[in-house]
Ligand binder design. Structure first.
Ligand code: NHR
Ligand code: GAR
Length: 198
């Protein structure tokens, strides 16, 4: 029997390098034939996100929905839900998505909404993680893939990658070192998730 199609929708705000790493893994590791999984769409809250033309160049539908067109977080999230739901996603992936989501949005995608956060959670939830890790004198930093819950960066962890913090590190240098690992970690975590789905 043919397994149910598993659409993946990726939400971005910027460069989309994690999105591209996931899309590349999906192609190279044949997620379509192995899991009936495909990257159905990439959606950005920033209309000028570099990740949108990048997604299109990979043959993926790309849409922008600017949060600035809405009066409230609730109104933006309701509109975003409508766009996302058009693709009937089995999984919604935050990849450098920079808007905090309302409890209503999180509840709507409960159990099928994940994020990659650039720190070793539970350390450093929120923003400016790399500078905070350096300032705290951490010898190691990294990234965490986690389920998204209403409480920011507090959902159950699915996978982590660790990198060293080097003497004289700047936030940019550390971010670049972490990002290399994110590009390996996030596709692997999604592949593991797909393996658990009927
Ligand atoms: N939403 C919920 N409910 N729970 C999470 O765990 C979420 C989330 C939305 C995004 C990603 C997260 C990260 O990995 C994420 C996790 C944005 C902010 C933020 O403060 C914080 C954490 C994350 C994403 N955003 C500002 C806001 O007012 C805007 C900042 C900006 O536009 O530059 O939404 O780090
Ligand atoms: C990544 O490092 C991701 O972990 C981080 O932003 C970068 C996005 O890069 N996410 C957050 O900080 C979420 N608040 P990308 O757009 O090239 O994937």
């Amino acid at each position: 029997m043919q397994a149910k199609n598993k659409n993946i929708v990726i939400l971005i705000s910027g460069g989309g390098s994690n999105m591209a790493a996931i899309a590349r893994a999906a192609q190279q590791q044949e997620w379509e034939s192995r899991f009936s999984a495909r990257i159905a769409a990439v959606i950005s809250n920033q209309p000028d996100a570099k990740g949108l033309p990048l997604a299109q160049s990979m043959g993926i539908a790309a849409e922008a929905l600017s949060h600035k067109s809405f009066d409230s977080r609730e109104a933006f999230d309701a509109a975003l839900m409508k766009v996302v739901d058009r693709y009937q996603p089995a999984l919604v992936v935050l990849a450098g998505f920079m808007r905090i989501l309302t409890p209503a949005f999180v509840a709507h995608y409960a159990g099928r909404l994940i994020n990659i956060h650039p720190s070793l959670l539970p350390l450093f939830p929120g923003l400016h993680t790399h500078q905070r890790a350096i300032d705290a004198g951490c010898k190691e930093a990294g990234a965490t893939v986690h389920q998204v819950t209403a409480e920011l960066d507090h959902g159950p962890a699915l996978a982590q990658a660790v990198v060293p913090v080097l003497p004289g590190d700047t936030a940019d240098a550390l971010a670049a070192r972490v990002l290399v690992q994110e590009h390996l970690l996030y596709p692997r975590a999604i592949e593991s998730w797909l393996q658990t789905q009927p």
